[in-house]
Ligand binder design. Structure first.
Ligand SMILES: Nc1nc2c(ncn2[C@H]2C[C@H](O)[C@@H](COP(=O)(O)OP(=O)(O)OP(=O)(O)O)O2)c(=O)[nH]1
Length: 201
């Protein structure tokens, strides 16, 4: 079955490929700020789920028979801030200075659309939440990590499976969701739209 990943994320692609799926990648180009602005006081979970739905829907219009999956990840910090990608060293530094030694929640919204004959025949959406216990990098370690550029382009300014792994003391929940797409949640959402994982791997 044609599996379309509506994401530019290399992390999501890698998780799916390692799990036996060869997705067709179609970047949604969704204006995430515009989607967020259209929502009325969404919870963090509602926001990431709405963004995932918007990404999948943006891509689904060109599909006839496929499963389309969209995701969106953000970090909810211990002091209640919901954060995407830092974008700059300065923002990433300030975030790490606040989150080191604390526990945050990495939220990933998921949307699955089942296309049949060019129509959305079924859909399912949900979010996954994973607790992340951050370590405390020294000032030198933090500056070296920032200098790699990795934290700038990932939600929460850290990775679990990359250089950031040195600074994650542990998680409670699904690791694939932290990296970018929850395999167990996606399996459940696929089942809701009548698709078994063995249909796609
Ligand atoms: N490899 C890795 N990437 C991570 C981790 N945590 C977050 N990320 C990445 C996954 C996503 O590419 C990015 C989260 O940003 P978004 O959910 O907005 O996705 P992105 O903009 O990358 O692509 P998309 O909007 O789906 O086209 O951060 C991690 O632990 N490991």
């Amino acid at each position: 079955m044609r599996f379309v990943l509506a994401s530019a994320s290399p992390a999501r692609l890698a998780v799916l490929r390692a799990a036996g799926v060869e997705p067709v990648v179609r970047v949604s180009g969704v204006d995430e700020d515009a989607v967020a602005a259209a929502l009325v006081d969404p919870s963090p979970a509602e926001l990431v789920t709405a963004l995932a739905v918007a990404k999948a829907e943006a891509v689904a219009g060109d599909e006839r028979d496929a499963v389309v999956v969209g995701c969106d990840s953000m970090l909810l910090t211990a002091d209640g801030r919901l954060q995407g990608k830092p974008g700059t060293v300065e923002v990433a530094r300030e975030r790490w200075q606040r989150m080191a030694g604390t526990t945050g929640t990495l939220l990933t919204g998921h949307a699955v659309l089942r296309l049949k004959d060019g129509q959305v025949a079924d859909r399912a959406a949900a979010h996954e939440a994973t607790s992340v216990r951050f370590g405390t990098p020294t000032e030198d370690e933090l500056e070296a990590y920032l200098a790699t550029g990795e934290p700038l382009g990932v939600a929460g300014a850290f990775t679990l499976d990359g250089l950031g792994g040195w600074f994650v003391d542990g998680i409670d929940g699904d690791p694939s969701s932290v990296i970018g797409i929850s395999l167990p949640l996606t399996r459940r959402l696929l089942r809701q739209v009548g698709v078994t994982v063995s249909d796609i791997w």
